[in-house]
Design a protein around this ligand. Sequence first.
Ligand code: DGL
Length: 294
Amino acid sequence: MPTETTLSSRLMPVPEAGRVLVFDSGMGGLTVAREIMARAPRVAVDYAADTGFFPYGDKSDAALRARLPEIAAQLVERAKPDVFVIACNTASTLALEEVRAQLDIPVVGTVPAIKPAVASTKTGVIGLLATPGTIRRDYTARLIDDFAQGVSVIMHGSIELVRLAEAHAAGEAHDAAGFGAAVQPIFEADGGDRVDTIVLACTHFPLVREQLVAASPRPVQFIDSGAAIARQTLRVLSRETEGRAPNDRPGGRVFLTSSLSQNRRLLSVCRTFGFPSAHDLMAEENAENRSASI
Ligand code: DGL
């Protein structure tokens, strides 16, 4: 019997045309971009990080709601993708509809992988590891109400793990005890002794999956939404680019919302994920405005 994954990848046409812009607050969306690139090497994939407002997970809902549609519009204007992917749970669970309303191209969002975790738990107790923002969202509560009936969900929000993931990905010195501090509250909560599955509901966290596995007091399954988002992005892109000739232009561009010199660490990680060409969105906007007004 083929598994669900092999069956769907066999049935799904792999697009060879079109451009995707993958967006996050920082490095986390790279874990989604790599899933897209692995499945569709001819598709042009660019990356955007809202480094000027990183991290999202400790920002107020109002501040993020005000920022996201505007930033998305500027990025799309600059990068001209066919599909915009919000590779960030914190942003998608708050403002996916607002971003959709702002853009005239399809937008794919990222939400916690509750459904697959519920399908795979044997004990009926799952953990949800996310940013504090994602944990407190009504959207997350609704996902749990709709898809986790009869299953206990133990939630823990950690902004430290976002920062730790970035430091680890960049090969910088960091406090490895932080990985244990991030997962332990799930195991130590009421019912935590029965957790068998943990949802990594922040796109940064797959960057440190191995460290989280090692820091867990016993083996559990870690699930994220990267592969599902990649499949959905490619389904949408196939529809958008039907009949178009294969790409002759590669992706590989990175757009940031703060100066490149402040983001050497992120840019070096982007290079290792296949994004060598960096652009400071704000500086370019300002330069354009200046030359327009001269
Ligand atoms: N990568 C983002 C997510 O999936 C959040 C990281 C942040 O707090 O900026 O939630």
